[in-house]
Design a protein around this ligand. Sequence first.
Ligand code: ATP
Ligand code: MG
Length: 154
Amino acid sequence: DLVGIIKEVSEILEIQFKEKNQNLNFEIPEELIIDGDGQRLRQLILNLVDNAHKYTDENTTITIQLKKLRSTARIKIIDNGEGISAEDKKHLFDRFYRVDKSRSRASGGHGLGLSIVQWIVEGHGGKINVEDTIPHGTTFDIALPLRHKKQPDK
Ligand code: ATP
Ligand code: MG
């Protein structure tokens, strides 16, 4: 249940959000069940929401949208943070890639989060896109098939 996963992750990050006086806004259904690996899907949401939190100023709102669209679950993580340049978008999912500014930042990471995210999305037969939020910020848009394709019998 992606709704349960989103709520769990939000609880894990609640203290961090409070520290920056950030708000989490949910646009989610009652439940949305997909066929997948719960542990990895939790990691996927955690990495994206953690980024939205880290790369966004204090006193802002981060929105998590979830809906069923045809045979996919669509997840959007929307922030009004610093945004990502077109050049950086090309390398965003590479391992150890961090946008220059953030390399010197105290709240440093390893640049692995998004490569793991992409690996999980692809492992579930899904797609991920990164877009600009209007007027500024970043939106990650993920489509995951509701049902995993069955492997042919060997
Ligand atoms: P890690 O996730 O391994 O702790 P990280 O956050 O630096 O480290 P990624 O999650 O892979 O690594 O993100 C790569 C880079 O993309 C980040 O360093 C940051 O510069 C940029 N980035 C990621 N998400 C956002 C976002 N929502 N807004 C602005 N920049 C972002
Ligand atoms: Mg990260």
